[in-house]
Design a protein around this ligand. Sequence first.
Ligand code: FEO
Length: 387
Amino acid sequence: MKAIEIKKDIYWVGGIDWDLRSFHGHLTQRGSTYNAYLIVDEKVVLVDTVKHYLYQEMLERIKDVIDPSQIDYIVSNHVEMDHSGSLPKIMKICQKATIITSPNGEKGLKKHYREKWDFKVVETGDSLPIGKRNMQFVLMPMVHWPDSMATYIPQDKLLLPNDAFGQHIASPERFDDELDLGIVKEEAAKYYANIVLPFGRQVKKALDAVGELQIDMIGPSHGLIWRTHLNEIIKMYTKWADNRTEEKALIIYDTMWGSTEKIARSIQDVFEGKGIPVQLQNLKTNHISDIMTNLLTAKYICVGSPTLNNGMLPTVSAFLTYMKGLAPKNRVGLAFGSYGWGGQSVEEIEQILKGSGFEMMEKIRINYIPDKDTLDEIKEKLEKEVL
Ligand code: FEO
């Protein structure tokens, strides 16, 4: 296992999780990496660690550069265990090391590991000399945990912001210009949509703070390191943090006997007729985390379910619970579905979309199987609502 030098005397010493396919429910088809960075100056610094089961891989990469017992500081930018999981083991080797973290980082690490480690707590604007360099710290609370922070090395114009700007990609490539940029951007969008989306306000604050720094490389804690397309990823984050949408429609549904699907296809016709790109997302065949990636910039969110046992189908209910938690804003919603009797599903969907702050179009609720006239009527009504 080799370390990769990303700047003079600064090394990527992370772990590659080739087999990861689910990150607490977020489908990670391309696996992931946990990026740890080793800075060798008068003081030796390890920035973040890796998931516990990749400890040995990280250790070997560190050993490729130095004796790990020489580490003076370990910066913990984020408590979540994909980045702190190897702290207990590495701290046994570098017992003189001090852990540098935010105030919430100290609290979180103590509650996770119950160890009597030496902590140095830092705030935004604090800096720590380590030789030719000094490390600076920017707290980024709720991007995406209360403890999250970024480490900045001005001498190298290097920002290490942990989860921010990350992507779940396992690959032999380390830099954004070494892999198809479309893949890197798609995974960055998926990461944002499924993890960072609820925290737009805090992301904007973090972007403001980062905007004041001179940066020519961003080393996130997952995926590829940004050294060529920095402006693009910052622009993308700015757009996503603002919840800026495009004239794009998503029709998300499940169906029992095909009636709700018939309504979905009529809705599709209306958007297509208006020249608005539309994606049909059947919940039986699409994963909710992939749907969220498509939803990230879609203005129109149409959700359909037939009524089963006086409510929605469980797939639709699960999607709405997930989406509501991720709190997309500035959307136009539409609830639709067929029913035999009762017919509560459409009302339930509408309440959730409304409760999420969506501006609502008139709901579509059809008894049993819609015939051609009914579908034509649906289209006629909807055409007036979609501008
Ligand atoms: Fe990559 Fe929030 O951990």
